[in-house]
Design a protein around this ligand. Structure first.
Ligand code: ARG
Length: 407
């Protein structure tokens, strides 16, 4: 039986080579699917390229809105920064891409799904587990894991098969969504060296960024952004607009050492302008409206959510369990945050909320406020009780003098 394969197709080098390779190696009928999660580029061109390579059919699916509301918004609510740095710009799109591919496979009665992940990265983990959950009967083909071609050999193969290779593809491996741009390979693999300027496309080099700071006000309602500078915007437009504004100021460049699921430590470069700003603003607003107990407890839940999603377990029930808590915690996360963008840096410089627990009257140094300072003395006595008892005991054991001259 001929294999009928749905391939997640980006139009890039790996997946283009894959069309030919699957046709040749498996004698397969290949259906390509490009899921638009906000990667720039001409989707009509991608379709043309697929058709030129002899695919049976090509699907182009606009999933930006769904990506923003069902994947990015939960990540904002969870303050999702993997290892404190990475906003999951690539990660979050994977389970969505799989869901769309599975829909196509069912419609087309396909026998297999194929993806362009290597055997060294995280994306294979995310694709394979999500496919296994949503379509346990479909075969998974990951050509890059099988074919053992070096990147240079792949470029040679592409040339031999008449596949166009862009100059960017030769230098870096790039993955983009509205949540950010991931850049890997080439000169970036030397973790000791600063990334070359040509690795960046979404962000201005901070030295060339405007000499005057720009302020953006973000309005949140129940944990999600709804307006920029008082203009109500749909989720995708809001993120796209903020990418432009913050990118212009060089904000959102990330360079860190990341622990991949397969155990490899990798040097990762990202440009995530909107994500960097929105996550910082959201976290700041939470600190104004949540109690201290909520903030501290939520940090653990957020870390767990972020790890689970990074680790390819989007479909584990724990994610929704954690989200039950997270969503409840967001009921009061409503208000405005003002962020200053300047020369590659960002700072929250103001915030306000109708649900604020911050009370200027309490914190004010004036004597006549609603805060009764005389209560503090008793509070401190009890708060430090056990700590003081421990230290008293220590002094006794050492034969040192204790209070009131006792030994
Ligand atoms: N390390 C990131 C992640 O696991 C990004 C992977 C980027 N992929 C790429 N082809 N450049 O989510």
């Amino acid at each position: 039986m001929t294999e009928k394969i749905v391939l997640a197709y980006s139009g890039g080098l790996d997946t283009s080579v894959m069309i030919k390779w699957l046709q040749e190696k498996y004698n397969a009928e290949v259906i390509t699917a490009t899921i638009n999660v906000g990667q720039p580029g001409d989707l009509a061109e991608v379709e043309q390229k697929a058709n030129k390579l002899g695919v049976l059919k090509h699907y182009s699916i606009d999933a930006k809105e769904e990506f923003a509301t069902k994947y990015i918004f939960p990540a904002i609510k969870a303050n999702a920064l993997y290892e404190g740095k990475y906003p999951l710009s690539t990660t979050l799109s994977r389970p969505l891409i799989v869901a769309k591919m599975v829909e196509i496979a069912e419609k087309e009665s396909a026998t297999a799904l194929a993806h362009g992940c290597t055997g060294k990265g995280n994306d294979q983990v995310r694709f394979d587990i999500s496919i296994g959950c949503l379509a346990p009967d479909l075969k998974i083909i990951a050509p890059v894991r099988e074919w053992n071609m070096t990147r240079d050999e792949e470029i040679e193969y592409a040339k031999a098969k008449g596949i166009a290779v862009s100059t960017a593809a030769k230098k870096y491996s790039i993955d983009e969504s509205i949540w950010g741009r991931s850049i890997e390979c080439g000169a970036l693999e030397d973790a000791s060296r600063e990334p070359p300027e040509d690795a960046f496309e979404w962000t201005t080099s901070p030295k060339d960024a405007p000499d005057t700071p720009e302020y953006v006000t973000i309005e949140f309602k129940a944990g999600v952004p709804v307006a920029l500078n008082n203009e109500t915007l749909a989720p995708v437009s809001l993120i796209e607009k903020l990418n432009k504004t913050s990118g212009k100021h060089g904000v959102g460049r990330i360079d860190h050492i990341e622990d991949r699921m397969v155990g490899i430590k990798s040097r990762e470069i990202y440009e995530c302008p909107a994500a960097t700003v929105l996550l910082e603003a959201h976290k700041d607003l939470e600190k104004m409206v949540l109690t201290r107990h909520e903030v501290l407890f939520k940090q653990q839940i957020d870390t767990q959510w972020t790890f689970l999603v990074y680790a390819g377990l989007w479909l584990d029930p724990l994610r929704e369990d954690l989200e039950a808590f997270i969503n409840k915690s967001q009921e009061n996360v409503t208000g405005e945050v003002c962020v200053k963008l300047y020369k590659g840096g960002l700072q929250v410089v103001g915030r306000s909320s109708p649900m604020s627990l911050y009370d200027q009257n309490l914190v004010n140094y004036n004597i006549k406020t609603g805060f009764n300072q005389s209560y503090s003395k008793g509070f401190i006595e009890l708060w430090g009780l056990q700590t003081k008892m421990h230290n008293l005991l220590k002094r006794k054991i050492k034969g040192q003098k204790t209070a009131k001259g006792e030994v």
